[in-house]
Design a binder for this molecule. Sequence first.
Ligand code: X8Z
Ligand code: ZN
Length: 597
Amino acid sequence: MLSLLLSLAACDVDVAVDATAQADESPDEFVARLNTELAELGRQNGAANWVRATYINHDTAILAAAAGERYSAWHSKSVAESLKFSDADMSADTARSIKQLKLGTSEPAPNDPAKRRELAAIMTDMSGMYGAGKYCPDDGRECMSLNELENVLAASRDYDAQLDAWQGWREVAKPLREKYARFVELSNEGANELGYGDLGQLWRDGYDMSPAEFEAETARLWQQVKPLYDALHCHVRAELAEEYGADKVPLDGPIPAHLLGNMWAQEWGEIYDLLEPYPGVGDLDVDSALIEQAYTPVRMVESAEQFYVSLGFEKLPATFWERSMFVKPADREVVCHASAWGLDGGDDLRIKMCIEPAYEDLRVIYHELGHNFYQRAYKDQPRLLQGGAHGGFHEAIGDTITLSMTPGYLAEVGLIESAETSEEAVINRQMQQALDKVAFLPFGKLIDEWRWDVFAGKTSPDNYNKAWWELRTRYQGIAPTSERGEDYFDPGAKYHVPGNTSYTRYFLARILQFQFQRSLCEAAGFNGPLHECSVFGSKEAGERLQAMLAAGASRPWQETLEKLTGTREMDATAIIDYFEPLMSWLEVQNEGRSCGW
Ligand code: X8Z
Ligand code: ZN
């Protein structure tokens, strides 16, 4: 559960559950009352969830499940009350608030106390089991955390060592299968009570268009970017076959899923060393600079904050520094997966992350602070309208800023020695970027496609893994090296599945961030190719961004997008323009190769 729910809907509390609906309330009064109740619910739920995520034990499970249960009770009751206004006259703002109320959960509970309790406990258990999960090999080696296993995939080029880490982490997900199946049953029942055919329809209803239109929209965007992905895949496969042999990486089939440097093969930047187009040209080694300059986690966060400040944003409050978790504690289990929190609909902003001195983590920090600056920018909206224009906007803000971490910017802040501008250096840099941004696209798309089918009953529990690997192969062109039957639950090895965070938001964000960047660069008066633009220090770009962020969820996203970019459509031409130099280069490399799988 990420920022939207935590800052908007995560709640709790008898205060609200006991508050009585007034028979003669007007729609405006009803919404005003909900906003007040939510403020208190959110405060208490934020505290319970924060302590759970930063201290996983028996007691915090009780606190977090109780908070989730009370929020669900409030949600069911409030949505039921809102029905009395179905035919009432009301302003567009009030109608929007009531719609946001209905959408204010990603796991609606049935309005039955026993089932509500059961669902809240399942949600708490699943994320706790994921967070505390460890791979304990049966050959006497010590147990390994996700971070440790990820480091093996990032650094090792030994085929079997990578396979062991990849398979090991998936042992952790096995016991989540049954809980997940029960969660699907219960929350589908809850979605039915809210008037949806299944939970996937509720998830797809948050985009100011019908769920069916939204599905078509994501398919359209995928078709726009697919040629870029296919070209990258073809080249990466050929290079991996050089490294590991064509017997291990067949040139006409999917790539083994454990060889891409990342636990989920979602971003491939860690294998840049195998792919650097022009070895040694241009200095892009931020990893080494962070270590050599002994960057601490706090200093890494400060450097990200500094970027936002350069755009004219106010510095983060003292409580951000006091209450955030930057480092993995030595003495307790936590959820290391990075997240940004807005706990009180105001200034209590925090991130929770297990930071290591690496470029990858620096980019994640910029991403997380994007959430926090967004949360602060919309804090004056009424509580129900605090949120992103849609989920993809929330995920895109910090990523947009990472697009400004150009070699020029990195040199300016001393993280590389100098920015080279030769054509070869540009291609190297584009490859580094594409392994992160382009490789992600099909992954970003398929996670919810799997869940939409699960929620709709098209994929039943006895087909969970089969459907998963069909999508992974069809979209990403990757495959496991051995049969992954239904005794496994491989989707559960990805945080957002047990954590129940919808994922299409990240797919949309990967496309939107280039659209945002194009507009911010225009505002900053930049005239060159998009990939060279950094808006670092541009107050004009900052103002445009701030205006978009301050609108929160108060208007349909199309309107908010139009204000920043002049168009009402999400559109992949910006990402395609950005990667034009690399795409031309890849086309030459791939000549004579047979691409596809
Ligand atoms: O989950 C995240 C962020 C927190 S919102 C760290 N991301 C996705 C992931 O890690 O799978 C950012 C990119 C995609
Ligand atoms: Zn995020």
